[in-house]
Write a protein that binds this ligand. Structure first.
Ligand code: GUN
Ligand code: FE
Length: 438
């Protein structure tokens, strides 16, 4: 077979949500084998049993004590905000106006957009993230640059030009008509081309007129496989603003619903201040929430309520929300999610955290036939985490007794230093530690 290669190491992937299915939810082998052929997963299982069935001359990449996982999936991140991380702001609306909008203004220049897109993708891969749902700016050429950069690297990425025709600086506004035309043309150019997908991306309700939201809803209906991506109920002042702008809507969630923007493949970042009716209704539409803990803490927005989200049957994923978020690392993000749960007397198990960052994200995006686990025929986007990446991590790992303890250590102490390798379609996109080939 062309490009058939076996990767040996500890192997973990999920089949179900451990928050609901307990230990049946995953498969794990201390000495596992991930067999890759032609950029896809051919098989996964225990190394000794699989090797006895495979040709003796099959090349094997031995990752030693490394942990092989599906590549991380970040369901909400802003590529232009790479240069906003850590820049202050007392709350969401202050941060947007005084720190974020000026930085986004620079993306009128496609050369700048390309440079940032390349840096951003390098950073994702260095952190083990192989798929992300990405917001651009209002500028159409900037998101073209992003798609081109992702295409050159063969990545599975979802992205969209931001729609914003009011309540933003003049230099960052489109119009309902131009946003409609640009979105349609971008869908025709990029949606389902190679491994790329388009997301209709109204920034949030306050920055789109009713006619722009209506246009977004019409496009969403015409293109049912296109994604929808926005923000919802992040900050109390934002919610009060939405209430004044849309006095006829029952709630912030209801604004999106009225314009046909709640459906399968719709992702709403934050979803902090929702009531039970909002959560249940979102769940029935197929829309999902993206939990962005580092952003919610950094901007002081609030605490995502996992228990209430589960109780409503609303599915959620995990996301960095760079640059409101403070890290590209899904490991750092899992750790902050764990702490947000602790603050509310809830518990996010390490197994569930790793599920959310892999299969859980793929499922919310309806991409689980292709990515997020090691089922046969899926795309071989995977990573290797090094348990010996730092002296402290190595020391605590040596003291650990089981997988759950090791996962908690990876997320508590880990970051990009732990990501020894990132593979895209079976090809190394980043290798930091030399793996032994035999
Ligand atoms: N709400 C509207 N725009 C944004 C943004 O850029 N970041 C975050 N965190 N929330 C938003
Ligand atoms: Fe965001």
């Amino acid at each position: 077979h062309v490009n058939r290669l076996a990767h040996r190491g500890a192997v973990l992937h999920f089949r179900q949500d451990p928050g609901r299915h307990g230990t049946d939810a995953y498969e794990y082998w201390d000495d596992g084998l991930l067999l890759v052929a032609g950029g896809r997963v051919e098989a996964v299982g225990p190394a000794p049993a699989m090797l006895s069935q495979l040709p003796k001359d099959l090349p094997i990449m031995d990752h030693g004590r490394g942990l092989l996982l599906p590549g991380f999936i970040d369901t909400h991140i802003h590529f232009p905000q790479t240069d906003v991380i850590g820049s202050g702001g007392s709350n969401l609306l202050d941060w947007l106006e005084n720190y974020t909008f000026p930085v986004e203004g620079r993306f009128a220049d496609p050369v700048h957009a390309q440079e940032v897109a390349e840096f951003f993708l390098d950073e994702l891969l260095a952190n083990g993230t192989t798929t992300a749902q990405v917001l651009g700016t209002v500028h159409r050429a900037a998101i073209d640059e992003f798609f081109q950069a992702a295409q050159r690297r063969g990545l599975r990425m979802i992205a969209g030009k931001v729609l914003m025709d009011r309540h933003a600086p003049e230099y960052l506004q489109d119009t309902a008509a131009s946003g409609d035309t640009d979105t349609r043309q971008l869908i025709e150019t990029w949606h389902d081309r190679d491994r790329l997908h388009y997301a209709i991306t109204p920034r949030f309700a306050p920055t789109s007129s009713e006619s722009q939201l209506a246009s977004a809803g019409r496009i969403a209906e015409e293109y049912p496989t296109v994604f929808i991506h926005s923000h919802l109920a992040e900050n109390r002042d934002e919610i009060e603003w939405v209430r004044k702008l849309f006095p006829d809507s029952r709630s912030y969630t209801d604004v999106y619903d009225r314009f046909g923007l709640l459906r399968d493949r719709a992702t709403y970042a934050h979803c902090l201040h929702l009531d039970a009716q909002d959560r249940r209704h979102m769940a029935t539409t197929g829309a999902t929430a993206a939990f962005c803990p580092t952003s919610n803490l950094y901007l002081g927005s609030g605490l995502f309520d996992i228990a209430a989200t589960d109780a409503a049957g609303l599915r959620f994923s995990l996301a960095t929300d760079v640059g409101g978020g403070s890290s590209f690392s899904m490991l750092r993000t899992m750790s902050e999610a764990y702490k947000v749960a602790q603050m509310q007397g809830q518990h996010l198990s390490p197994l569930r955290a790793f599920y959310l960052a892999t299969l859980g994200g793929a499922r919310c995006l309806r991409l689980e036939d292709r990515i997020g686990h090691f089922g046969a025929g899926t795309e071989a986007d995977f990573i290797v985490l090094n348990p010996d990446a730092t002296p402290l991590l190595a020391r605590r790992m040596a003291q650990s007794k089981n997988l759950v303890e090791r996962l908690l250590l990876f997320m508590t102490l880990g970051d990009d230093r732990c990501v020894a390798a990132t593979y895209v379609l079976g090809q190394p996109a980043l290798i930091k530690r030399s793996a032994r080939s035999q």
